[in-house]
Write a protein that binds this ligand. Sequence first.
Ligand code: SF4
Length: 281
Amino acid sequence: MRIKLAKTAGFCMGVQRAIDMALRTAETTTDGKPIHTCGPLIHNPQAVAELESKGIRSIADWRPVAEGTMIIRAHGMPIEEIGEMRARGLTIVDATCPHVVSSQNRIKRASEEGYFVVIVGDPRHPEILSLQSFAPGNHQVISSVEEVALLPEVPKAIVIAQTTFHEKQYDLIAKAVSERISDCRIVQSICKATSNRQAEVERLASEVDVMVVVGGRDSANTRRLAEIAEARGVRTIHIETADELDPSFFRGAETAGVTAGASTPAWITRSVIERLETFSS
Ligand code: SF4
C-alpha cells in the first residue's frame, strides 16, 4: 500500500511555541513549586503525558491551586480568570497563540467602538470561552447559518471565527450575518495553519483510497480534518495512536493518505506510518 503524507501534518506554530514555553518553564523552575496548565496544554493525550513526565501537570480547575506557575495554553483563557490567578500570586506563563491574541484584541477594540460581536465557533471550546471574555455582555456565539436568526437587532456588528473553524462554513455564516445586519465587518480570523491543512486534506482525500487522520479525539482541528475527508466520500479513520490501526480497514486500498492535527507530535505520526507500511493491500 502506498502512503501519501500531508505536508501540513503535525504541530502548528502556536502549539510548538506553547510546548517550548512549557518545557523552558520546567527547566528553569528550581523552587520546587508546582507547574500547572489549566486543561491540557494541547489536545493530545500522548503529548500531555510527555509533559507530565517533565513535571507539567494538567488540571481541570485552577482555583484550588495556591502557589506555583500556571501556563496559559495556546487557546487562551478568559481574561478575568488570568487576573484572578495573578491576584492570587501565581506566576503566569502566557502561551496563548499570537493568532488567538490577535482575535482577542480585535474583539476588545470592536466592542469598545460599539460593535456587537458575533463569534462563530463551538461554544464549549476553550478558545471561544477566552474570546467571549473580551466583549462581556456584548457578544453572541453561533455555529450555524440557522442560528443567525437568533441574533439580536443591533445597528452594527463584527463577525469573527474560532481560529480552527471550517473555512467554507464560516463564509456561509458570515454572509448570512451581513445580510441581516447592514453595518457588518467580517474578520478573517481562521488561522492559515488550519485553512492550509483543510485545503490539503480535501485535495489528498480525492487522490487516495483511505484517509488516516492522526490526533487527539478532543482536538477540534483534528476532528475537522476527519470530517472534511469523510465529506469527500473517502473511507476515513481518526486515530490517536498506531495501536488503533486495524489491517482489515485497509483491505483493498492501494493508497492511504495520512494527515495529522495541529497538536499531534511528529513521533506519533511517524509510528502510524511505520505501522501502515507493514500492511499490504
Ligand atoms: S492552529 Fe493556528 S491559531 Fe491554533 S494554535 Fe495553531 S497556529 Fe495558533
